[in-house]
Design a protein around this ligand. Sequence first.
Ligand SMILES: C[S@@+](CC[C@H](N)C(=O)[O-])C[C@H]1O[C@@H](n2cnc3c(N)ncnc32)[C@H](O)[C@@H]1O
Length: 281
Amino acid sequence: MSTDKRFAEIPVEAVKNFWNRCPCNLRHSPAPVGTKEYFEEVAKRKFFVEPHLVDFADFPSVKGKKVLEIGCGLGTTAVRFAMAGAAKVTAVDISEQSLELAKQHAAVYGVSDRMEFFLANAEELSKHIPLDHYDVIFSFGVIHHTPHPDKIIQELKHFLKRNGKIKIMVYSRYCWKTLWVLFKHGKLKFWNLSKLLAAHSEAQIGCPVTYTYSRSSGRKLLESHGFKVDRVHVDHIFPYKIAEYVQYKYVKIWYFRWMPRRLFRWLETKFGWHLCIEASR
Ligand SMILES: C[S@@+](CC[C@H](N)C(=O)[O-])C[C@H]1O[C@@H](n2cnc3c(N)ncnc32)[C@H](O)[C@@H]1O
């Protein structure tokens, strides 16, 4: 894990306030927020720029199962678990604004009856949500944003069924994005890396907490709480120019434009920003 101890001292309120000010992917669509058109475009854009998420979530596999999602944001994956036929989806987030939109998302797609929503700091999950045992616990891009990621993993032990599966994505430390942030924002001051990565990890600048993990520290995060890690892999490089991307245009940076697709995929699987971990008990 990145060694910046400062993150552990940041109050979780600061995390909550950040995500309340700018719920994740809020500007993924120019349509009126809360409409079906809005949520459709948010999902389309998310799955277009993060196509590996669709494989990782493996929506059809949850049919008839109970799913717990930690840090659901706008509910883009939680709602799709429900749409794929999950028996029950429990969606948790620390941000009221995000959770409110996730509830609207579920209502718009007519899956509210199979979903429940909890406003909670997942570091204290068992204080806030009724104890239940889930087949799948899913969390995408969340656990590295909390001041004490270990506490969340510790909590998950109470909620996973004996043969259940955990799927989490945290940010990778040794990746293309790290290099890009160092070049673009850090003037190669690698000793400031943790601070720089936190500031520039999200579309909106100034995220208070962003830990990053090597493959082995990601594995340790789960193993130190008694989980068995089944698979660790990295994926995802964002190849588009930001100025155009925020205008809903997808223009690749010149070196990605000429790069053969196979080379790009190779780079993503070696130096991707998303460290995906699958574990069981
Ligand atoms: C980068 S967003 C990802 C949202 C969603 N998983 C997605 O892929 O769109 C991180 C989310 O984690 C939530 N979060 C951060 N720390 C949390 C905590 N301790 N407990 C619950 N949710 C948390 C934030 O409110 C935010 O919605």
